[in-house]
Ligand binder design. Structure first.
Ligand code: 26Y
Length: 822
């Protein structure tokens, strides 16, 4: 076995035992006889912190001393999941800790399971931010993640009679051992009020914003341990509190109760993560959340800059890069303008130049309903000064840039304007981003092309070098080494253990794809992982599944464009075939789902309900002899995902072509040896380039074909009447078969696919999807051929590593240098 490890464990087993026992005693006031697993978990985290904090301070001192250029990653979401096992891995003390706990009569995996997920994000975009900060620290880049310290992360999902019920997530109810409060770095954030123009003799005028309210932002730092633990960066999350000085005025006026109400109003700002991940609701509280954390973060960045560079503002773009994770933190742009002009006294042109050199923006979606817009009236009320600044940016852009390029073209101006002249008038955040940012990136090659050609074609003409691509990636530490120890060990033994830091090394297993011993070991590991999953399925849903069945998995947010409903009608197709012919020859299949629906998204909730009702029927139908099982696992989250990816045989990546910006689950599946059934969409396309499309199950219309079909006029009824099998499964949804004595409960799904136009072209892709599934069945019958493809898939995933994504950002966008910690 080659050992190419990056650092020796900084503690031995005896020391780790002692540290944990110490923390039980001195940190938690208990002992090993009284402690429950939660206390053991807490003590272990504290023991780990003793290793982390030292390196955190060291990193911080190094960065501060050298005043290094750093990237500031602004995101409303960081979907971190659990940190204990990840930190143990990255510190390379996992094995030592496992031994230490074993000697104390405890199982590390059980202890890790005590940790509540840190679910401060909805899905792809939030998880990407988490992978990126892992990679930034691992690669030794100076970086800070900035976000919100939500009291409640993404809701917990329960099912009642098959319907989704949302419950609050209470991840921090009993404290969080990973975070450090930094009261010395609090910030104050103004809101509401009015703007006064003050005229000063000989100096012209300046603007003064008299805020009507002030919030206090309290930072909580989470150390981000890079693999090998040389660099420890931080994730800084802001919690909102009331500003005492403000409360005291009310209090002194005799309003004790009012003061308390004011306090709880201030605290609502960081109370809860908005659970929408595609439909912008335009809510006032959400705008305040965005401004609150951007204002805190920008002030924090400027405080650090000023300490090192006095007031030489022209140096700001050299020292600071600010990456906007989608448009959600766009308000940071007018905020930086406001501070530079109103507070630091810079002239407009200089401030604007600094802003344009500082911000870059990542676009994660083409869906029109996800593009953020705020009503001008709301802006005027909450952020009056920012609205003025936005107007000025817009007016200069329209007159100096657009007018020059397209003289007299009002249609162009109204399309590119930050202000949409609708009723009511709206502020378009994406336009503000594209106008300001020095780089705008999409998240997969096809997506970035569509950003240029379909979303922002005029901006692309105006700024031909601004729009670029950075294909997403995932961290191999969490999504292979930690979640699939069996496969990780096989890799260590086969190609050495440095694949963790250099995922291209995975290529080394490609020659083994046809080696029957290697195939056997690869498939044995898969089976082990399926057994773990089967146990979870039994515990969670009381459904028994066989590990000899194909585990066919779709896990992602529930959205019509992701087409869980297409998967559903395929399941009905198989079910119907089995009922019509009990001897219908198919390899047993277990269809696994995990997905949360936005609480206000009716159709998404209907699809969950339908899948649960179908599951009830299918799983209890003795006629089909266990050839089909359907399981919808409740409360899909990072920690559950870590068990599902390694156990999957088939990965469902079936979005309508052109609509999934990238996808990142697709990469995690393939990395763990699942085969993909997917459309030519998002990163699936680049995966097909790396793996070879012949080793995947590609089906359906391409982006171009989707466009052409829509242009000629798509009619789902054409497919319905031309395919009797499709017609019969859709008609089935109108019956009471799945909802006994309640016919029609599932009819909305049929209606959406027929009467409401099937916006996502499920029926157009149905036949090709069913055929691709047939090919899966055929291949699985030849276990050696299947294993070969699974190995070829995993071996080809080198590119889809978030370290590579970060290197791309560092060179193409941030101009960022690594900084070795001494
Ligand atoms: C405006 C608000 C409602 C909103 C909130 C969250 C809008 C969008 C989102 C989240 C979007 C998101 O998660 N997008 C996903 O980003 C991933 C990382 O780039 C992509 O892989 C994935 O295709 C894309 O859907």
């Amino acid at each position: 076995k080659q050992k190419t490890s990056v650092a020796v464990p900084s503690v031995n087993c005896a020391e780790m035992q002692q540290a944990i026992i110490d923390r039980l005693h001195k940190g938690l006031g208990t002992d090993k006889n009284k402690a429950n697993n939660k206390a053991w978990w807490n003590a272990t985290c504290q023991a780990v912190n003793e290793l982390v904090f030292e390196k955190l301070t060291q990193t911080h001192q190094n960065h501060a001393e050298k005043d290094t250029r750093a990237v500031n990653y602004l995101s409303l979401e960081f979907l971190m999941g659990r940190l204990l096992s990840n930190n143990l891995q990255n510190l390379e003390v996992f094995d030592v800790t496992q031994q230490a706990l074993k000697a104390l009569g405890k199982d590390l995996y059980e202890i890790c399971d005590e940790e509540p997920d840190m679910a401060l994000g909805n899905g792809g975009l939030g998880r990407l931010a988490a992978c990126f900060i892992d990679s930034l620290a691992t690669l030794g880049y100076p970086a800070i993640g900035y976000g919100i310290h939500y009291e409640h992360g993404l809701f917990k999902q329960e099912f009642q009679d098959g319907r989704q019920i949302e419950r609050p997530d209470t991840w921090r109810e009993y404290g969080n051992p990973w975070e450090i409060c930094r009261p010395e770095s609090i910030q104050f954030v103004p809101l509401y009020g009015y703007v006064e123009t003050v005229y000063e003799q000989g100096k012209g005028s300046r603007k003064v914003w008299h805020a009507g309210q002030k919030l206090k932002g309290v930072p909580w730092d989470i150390p981000i341990v890079g693999y090998g633990a040389k660099t420890v960066n931080i994730l800084r999350l802001w919690e909102s509190r009331s500003h005492e000085a403000f409360d005291w005025d009310v209090f002194n006026a005799g309003g004790y109760v009012d003061a308390q109400a004011e306090k709880s109003k201030a605290e609502t700002v960081s109370k809860v993560l908005y659970p929408n991940d595609s439909t912008d609701a335009g809510k006032e509280l959400r705008l305040i959340q965005q401004y609150f954390f951007c204002a805190c973060s920008v002030k924090d960045i400027l405080r650090r800059f000023k300490r090192a560079n006095k007031e030489d503002w022209s140096l700001l773009p050299e020292k600071v890069a600010i990456q906007l994770n989608d448009t959600h933190p766009t308000i940071a742009i007018p905020e930086l303008m406001r501070i530079l002009i109103d507070e630091e006294g810079l002239e407009w042109p200089e401030a604007w130049e600094i802003c344009q050199k500082t911000f870059a923006y990542t676009n994660h979606t083409l869906l029109p309903e996800a593009l953020e817009k705020w009503s001008v009236a709301l802006f005027e009320k909450v952020l009056p000064r920012h609205l003025e600044i936005i107007y000025e940016i817009n007016s200069q852009f329209l007159t100096k840039v657009v007018e020059k390029k397209w003289p007299g073209d009002d249609a162009k101006k109204s399309k590119l304007s930050v202000i949409e002249e609708s009723q009511p008038r709206m502020v378009r955040m994406a336009n503000l981003c594209v106008i300001t940012a020095y780089k705008v990136n999409g998240v997969a090659a096809v997506h970035s092309e569509l950003v240029k050609t379909d979303l922002f074609p005029e901006f692309h003409e105006l700024f031909p070098t601004k729009l670029v691509n950075v294909t997403n990636g995932v961290t191999p530490r969490r999504w292979l080494k930690a979640c699939n120890p069996g496969l990780a060990t096989l890799l260590d033994e086969t190609i050495g253990d440095d694949w963790v830091l250099n995922l291209d090394k995975l290529k080394g297993i490609l020659p083994k794809a046809t080696d029957s011993d290697f195939q056997q070991r690869f498939m044995d590991i898969k089976k082990e992982n399926k057994m773990v999953m089967a146990k979870i399925i039994k515990e969670e849903t009381d459904v028994e599944v066989s590990v000899d069945a194909i585990f066919d998995v779709q896990i992602k947010r529930l959205h019509e464009y992701k087409r869980q409903q297409l998967n559903l009608i395929h399941i009905l197709t198989l079910y119907k075939r089995l009922l019509e012919d009990p001897d219908y020859d198919m390899i047993p299949r277990v269809f696994l789902f995990g997905a949360k629906a936005a609480p206000g998204y009716h159709m998404a909730k209907e699809i969950i309900f339908a899948l649960n009702k179908i599951a009830d029927k299918v799983n209890n139908d003795v006629r089909i002899k266990d050839k089909l099982k359907v399981v919808f696992l409740p409360n899909y989250r990072v920690s559950l995902a870590e068990k599902m990816f390694p156990a999957a045989d088939v990965s469902e990546q079936i979005s309508t072509a052109g609509l999934e910006a990238s996808g990142t689950g697709n990469m995690k599946f393939s990395l763990n040896g699942a085969l993909t059934i997917g459309t030519m969409d998002g990163a699936n396309i680049e995966m097909a380039e790396e793996i070879g499309a012949e080793h995947m199950f590609i089906f359906g219309l391409s982006v171009e074909e989707v466009k052409a079909l829509k242009a000629e006029g798509y009619n789902p009824y054409d497919y319905y009447y031309n395919n009797p099998e499709l017609k019969s499964v859709l008609d089935w949804l109108d019956s009471d078969f799945f909802t006994p004595s309640h016919p029609g409960l599932l009819s909305d799904i049929k209606r959406s696919l027929l009467d409401w136009g099937d916006e996502y072209l499920c029926l157009a892709d149905y036949e090709s999807y069913v055929n691709a599934h047939q090919a899966i069945d055929t291949l699985y019958r030849d276990q050696s051929a299947w294993a070969e493809k699974a190995i070829l898939n995993a071996g080809a995933m080198g590119k889809f590593n978030s370290d590579r994504s970060i290197e791309d950002y560092a060179t193409k966008i941030w101009n960022l240098k690594k900084f070795p910690i001494t």
